[in-house]
Design a protein around this ligand. Structure first.
Ligand code: SF4
Ligand code: SF4
Length: 101
């Protein structure tokens, strides 16, 4: 399902931009990596200490600093779970994607 979404998204981008992307690698660079996700991180604002560890370790840089806590831009989050692993406050839990959103 995720591969199908990715293919559809790539075709949309090629059509909209007229870009003759020659390689899959270059194509993936412009595709929202959130399409790859099997799990999503959910942050409990009450537990977050705003230490920014999740922000620093996220490999795609999709953590967002809010006034109360750090949240996630799900357009880019790949669901790797690193942020949940490094959070010293145990404020981030990973939940399985339902695939229907
Ligand atoms: S699950 Fe991975 S990609 Fe998503 S916010 Fe956490 S560290 Fe970043
Ligand atoms: S690592 Fe945990 S406590 Fe630190 S900013 Fe991120 S969610 Fe908050």
């Amino acid at each position: 399902m995720i591969e199908l979404k990715l293919t559809i998204k790539l075709k949309q981008i090629y059509k909209e931009t007229g870009d003759d992307v020659a390689s899959v690698g270059r194509g993936l660079y412009v595709v929202n990596t959130g399409l790859w996700r099997y799990q999503r991180p959910v942050t409990d604002p009450d537990l977050c200490k705003r230490c920014s560890a999740c922000y620093m370790y996220c490999p795609v840089g999709c953590k967002i600093e809010l006034s109360t806590h750090y949240d996630t831009d799900l357009d880019w989050c790949k669901g790797c779970g690193i942020c949940a692993e490094v959070c010293p406050a145990n404020a981030i839990k990973m939940y399985e994607e339902r695939g229907d959103e």
